[in-house]
Design a protein around this ligand. Structure first.
Ligand code: NDP
Ligand code: HEM
Length: 507
């Protein structure tokens, strides 16, 4: 049915009415086009600027708006208003894959990002986690190297299994995350069928100024659902946008996905006694030692009206914390506290936090001045544009100070692998898997190892052996079985499969 209301007059971006949006301004019906056709120039110039740099990692994403409701009571641990009993806070979620570019297929085996922005009355609180509780590396100096192995090879411009396993086999701290990645949970059916984890250890600070360490977990209420590699490939053959379709469709139809919010709490004294470093991002806190406490529900209930404005321009950063929630000594977290806001200034522009999707829903008073996207108002008194001033400009409020954190130790480049047990926790995970899950882990891993030189595989098998002899034997057998399959004629394979399988690629 057509809309019978009179449509609004089309205007330029400066608001002038447009008389003709079909024909360029030309000298005679055959042309040429006159350079004074500012309407044409404006359209072409805008088109040239419709793309911004994609995120250097986590480029492909899906998101929605929602609400965090707190039903439990952890007020003895934190004064954060967003975590008080009964609090309801509007929020934004963005899920993502890590390695693929913006056009990547949704159903690729990869870790999934799980980014949350809570618009609290004390500022924005961002939890930028994954669907896994741990990570591949524990020292931020290794993060760019790790990401290079996930992205494209400089010469072939293809992803390189050799690079991935070369790096992982020399980084035993990756075993826990690698085991998760190649297990069933490495390929969720939709973002609604996976957990989210804040992953890092953060801190909670209560009204008395006491600190506890905390981990945040978001447990799916839709149940865990995963695809096998074969199912994933079939889905990709039908649609490369399966996650967007599922998430957008569910919310549009009123089937709002929910997650149960849990925390694990550790006292500062307990953190001195754990057998593992509780700030090591390659480790979980076992539930038996630190039982999860249920504190609320996260619900996604509103789709973005404009994907670019509200999801692509969303800027999540672990540096965004609010009073009552703080950081921790996790080395990876410190690097992330720098890296994200730096990325946003490059990807979105200096004042990216003034964009509606990033703007706090509480009053903002700062002294940052000019630069790209300076479209917010002055402080109420325009004479107060530096600090300290005598004109009533915003001032610091000492009551928000965090309690001091005791830090000791000699400054050095400490070997983060020295004396670190990289095998016990992956073993605990492996032991959770039933026979079928183990078999799929073996075959998923072997599939990702095709074309990788034997000396690299042997190095990886030696690590798997230390996790569990059955793990090493299972993957080795799956690799051998793949190798025993009838050799493919390289000339009949597309280039990407030849490269992935380590076959000669020169014509
Ligand atoms: P528990 O048995 O108490 O907890 C097991 C945890 O593992 C649950 O959070 C569960 O998530 C998750 N889990 C269950 N099955 C699988 C699976 N097939 N693949 C991945 N995760 C699964 O054990 P612990 O706390 O002692 O941890 C044992 C191992 O479980 C760890 O080494 C770690 O690898 C893994 N794990 C632990 C977590 C933690 O925070 N302690 C969090 C996630 C994983 P769910 O309840 O959603 O099923
Ligand atoms: C995105 C850096 C580790 C989860 C990004 C981006 C950068 C980055 C620069 C792009 C940001 C943007 O353009 O908006 C780093 C560095 C890390 C690190 C330097 C380690 C030193 C991690 C870890 C996790 C994680 C450990 C999860 C536990 C994410 C997620 C996104 C992301 C979910 C996407 C955010 C979004 O949805 O917009 N990372 N990262 N990263 N990272 Fe990391």
């Amino acid at each position: 049915m057509s809309d019978t209301k009179t449509p609004p007059t089309l205007t330029t971006s400066a608001g002038a009415p447009v008389a003709d949006n079909q024909n360029s301004l030309t000298a005679g019906p055959r042309g040429p086009v006159l350079m004074q056709d500012w309407q044409l120039l404006e359209k072409l110039a805008h088109q040239n600027r419709e793309r911004i740099p994609e995120r250097v990692v986590h480029a492909k994403g899906w998101g929605a708006h929602g609400t965090l409701r707190i039903t439990g009571d952890i007020s003895k641990y934190t004064r954060a208003k967003v975590l008080q009993p009964g609090a309801e806070t509007p929020m934004l979620a963005r899920f993502s894959t890590v390695a693929g570019e913006m056009g990547a297929a949704d159903h690729e085996r990869d870790v999934r990002g799980f980014s949350l922005k809570f618009y609290t009355e004390e500022g924005n609180w961002d939890l930028v986690g994954n669907n896994t509780p741990v990570f591949f590396v524990r020292d931020p100096l290794k993060f760019p190297d790790f990401i290079h192995t996930q992205k494209r090879h400089p010469r072939t411009n293809l992803r390189s299994p050799t690079a991935m396993w070369d790096f992982w086999s020399q980084s035993p701290e990756s075993l826990h995350q690698v085991t998760t990645l190649f297990s069933d949970r490495g390929l969720p059916v939709t973002p609604m069928h996976m957990n989210g984890y804040g992953s890092h250890t953060y801190s909670l600070i209560n009204a008395a100024g006491e600190r506890h360490w905390v981990k945040f977990h978001f447990k799916t209420r839709q149940g865990h659902k995963h695809y096998t590699n074969a199912e994933g490939e079939k889905v990709i053959g039908q649609s490369r946008e399966g996650y967007q379709e599922a998430l957008f469709g569910a919310i549009e139809s009123g089937a709002f996905p929910q997650w149960t919010v849990q925390v694990q709490i550790m006292s500062e004294a307990e953190a001195e006694r754990t057998a593992y470093n509780p700030f090591d991002l390659t480790k979980v806190w076992p539930h038996g030692e630190f039982p999860p406490i249920e504190i609320g529900v996260l619900e996604l209930n509103r789709n973005a009206d404009n994907y670019f404005a509200e999801i692509e321009q969303a800027a999540f950063s672990p540096s965004n914390i609010v009073p009552g929630i703080g950081h921790s000594p996790d080395k990876m977290l410190q690097a992330r506290v720098f890296s994200y806001a730096d990325a946003h200034r490059y990807r979105l522009g200096t004042h990216y936090e003034a964009l509606p999707v990033n703007a706090p829903r509480c009053p903002v008073h700062h002294y940052h001045k000019d630069g790209a996207m300076r479209f917010f108002a002055n402080n109420p008194n325009p004479d107060a544009y530096y600090e300290p001033n005598s004109f009533g400009g915003p001032v610091q409020t000492p009551e928000y100070r965090e309690p001091p954190l005791k830090i000791t130790g000699d400054a050095d480049r400490w070997d983060h692998r020295d004396g670190n047990d990289d095998y016990s926790q992956p073993r605990a995970l492996f032991e959770l898997f039933d026979v079928g899950e183990r078999q799929r882990l073996f075959s998923n891993m072997a599939a990702a190892m095709q074309g990788v030189p034997d000396f690299i595989l042997e190095r990886q098998f030696a690590h798997l052996e230390k996790v569990h002899p059955d793990y090493a034997a299972g993957v080795r057998a799956a690799v051998e079985a793949d190798k025993a399959k009838p050799a493919e004629d390289p000339t009949t394979l597309p280039m990407h499969l030849r490269a992935a399988r380590g076959l000669e690629i020169a014509e």
